[in-house]
Design a protein around this ligand. Structure first.
Ligand SMILES: Nc1ncnc2c1ncn2[C@@H]1O[C@H](COP(=O)(O)OP(=O)(O)OP(=O)(O)O)[C@@H](O)[C@H]1O
Length: 288
């Protein structure tokens, strides 16, 4: 009798996949992805980040590996490791194109010729094909978590990403917002998107939520406060926490430093580590 061999995939060794989404740009998706990866590493986990922001990939810079090049092995693209222990690995469109003055001048069909150049005007087809290939072609090896940092909005890239990941049963999505109403309104659309695509909402994070004065510890709510928590309550999804505006956090990201290791007394530290703990607990529950 002919033996049936299961199709092997580069994601077979990945235990949990989660997506980080936001309705608006600049609310801190890549920040949350980065700090979540660092917190999970400090809990002894092996983590990968897949940066599918085709237009503005910022993950390489946040780990200060923006000048790294990726190469291919038999199984596909080898991700960039940020440490010798290989506990965090990254793949970003930012690594793939030719670099000019630090920015990526990127033509996707040059990197993935299989996708074809007929749709060079950026039609949905090319994004769908590119993302599918990007998800399938990275040799991640064994990972506890793969964090997928997405572009802002609920565009074709998002649908393509969710569709490409669906066979691997992602754990769910973290939705990031700032406290202002407009950003919270965008998250409402993200909630609808998750419902429509069958993606579980792991919870909402309210980022840039107040500023704690480093001198007197008083909290000023620069962009108001509590919108994310209220929305979570209203939608019946978990609220993962409020991360304050923290100059040490933005500086760490700017310099590619490990905020979780270096700034445990900083105002954003407790919220960021609590978010990671809730994700860990949720993943454990799902595994048991
Ligand atoms: N809590 C915070 N405290 C201080 N600075 C922050 C905080 N969150 C994010 N930032 C800063 O805000 C900027 C935007 O954050 P980030 O790049 O993570 O947003 P994004 O949602 O991923 O953006 P894009 O949609 O462009 O990908 C970054 O410079 C980051 O350092």
């Amino acid at each position: 009798m002919e033996e049936v061999v299961a199709e092997r995939s580069n994601l077979d060794g990945v235990r949990h996949i989660l997506l980080v989404l936001s309705g608006k740009g600049g609310v801190g998706k890549s920040t949350i992805s980065t700090e979540l990866a660092l917190s999970l590493r400090h809990s002894g986990k092996k983590v990968g980040i897949l940066d599918v922001d085709l237009c503005g990939p910022s993950i390489p810079r946040m780990f200060k590996v923006q000048d790294s090049d990726v190469h291919q092995c038999d199984a596909g693209w080898v991700p960039v490791f940020v440490d010798q222990e290989k506990s965090i690995s990254l793949m970003s469109i930012g690594f793939l194109g030719p670099k000019k003055n630090g920015t990526v001048v990127f033509q996707c069909w040059a990197v993935f010729p299989e996708v074809g150049s007929d749709h060079s005007d950026g039609t949905p087809f090319i994004f769908a094909a590119l993302i599918k290939q990007f998800v399938a072609d990275v040799a991640w090896g064994e990972l506890d978590f793969l964090i997928v940092d997405t572009p802002p909005g609920t565009s074709d890239e998002h649908i393509s990403t969710v569709e490409a990941l669906r066979p691997y049963k992602p754990l769910g999505a973290i939705l990031v917002t700032t406290p202002q109403a407009v950003s919270v309104g965008d998250v409402r659309r993200e909630l609808t998107f998750c419902k429509k695509t069958g993606l579980r909402v792991l919870g909402i994070v309210e980022n840039m939520s107040g500023f704690v004065c480093p001198h007197c510890s008083e909290c000023t709510n620069i962009f108001s406060k509590g919108g994310g928590e209220e929305l979570a309550k209203h939608a019946g999804v978990p609220f993962l926490g409020s991360v304050p505006l923290d100059p040490q956090l933005s500086q760490s990201l700017e310099e590619g430093r490990d905020f979780i290791q270096e700034f445990p007394k900083s105002s954003a530290f407790p919220a960021l580590t609590r978010i990671a703990q809730q994700i860990l607990d949720g993943a454990l529950q799902r595994s048991s």
